[in-house]
Design a protein around this ligand. Structure first.
Ligand SMILES: [Zn+2]
Length: 125
């Protein structure tokens, strides 16, 4: 499914279907769930969350977007302004993916915390 993207300063209140809004300033992207259910999906752009790539023409988001908090439970990839539907995951698979995501966030903050402590230690000497 072909979609489009829009670079904005601030994510607008009302979103259009099949458009990914990207705010570099606020490091976030948002779109209406691609299944058409109308729910807003927010994908923060952070090292431990989603990575956005822009080739000058189209955008991609990594990793995939799994809306397991929504009734539709849709799961898809946004790759070069195209939605690629993923298969419907089983509950145990969803649990695994969620655990992996939590681990990534955890690892990220762990390293940051360590770096911070290291800096602090260096300052003391
Ligand atoms: Zn949906």
């Amino acid at each position: 499914m072909k979609i489009s993207h829009q670079f904005v300063e601030l994510i607008p209140e009302t979103l259009d279907q099949r458009v990914v809004y990207i705010s570099i300033k606020y490091r976030t992207a948002s779109h209406l769930c691609m299944c058409g259910c109308g729910n807003k999906v927010v994908t923060p752009i952070r090292p431990e969350r989603w990575q956005l790539s822009y080739d000058g023409q189209s955008v991609s988001l990594f990793p995939s977007i799994g809306n397991w908090g929504l009734p539709c439970q849709s799961h898809y990839w946004i790759e070069k302004d195209t939605v690629k539907w993923s298969y419907k995951m089983s509950d145990s698979e969803i649990r695994r993916v969620k655990a992996r995501q939590a681990q990534r966030v955890h690892d990220y903050y762990d390293t940051k915390e360590l770096k911070h402590r290291f800096k602090w230690l260096k300052k003391q000497h």
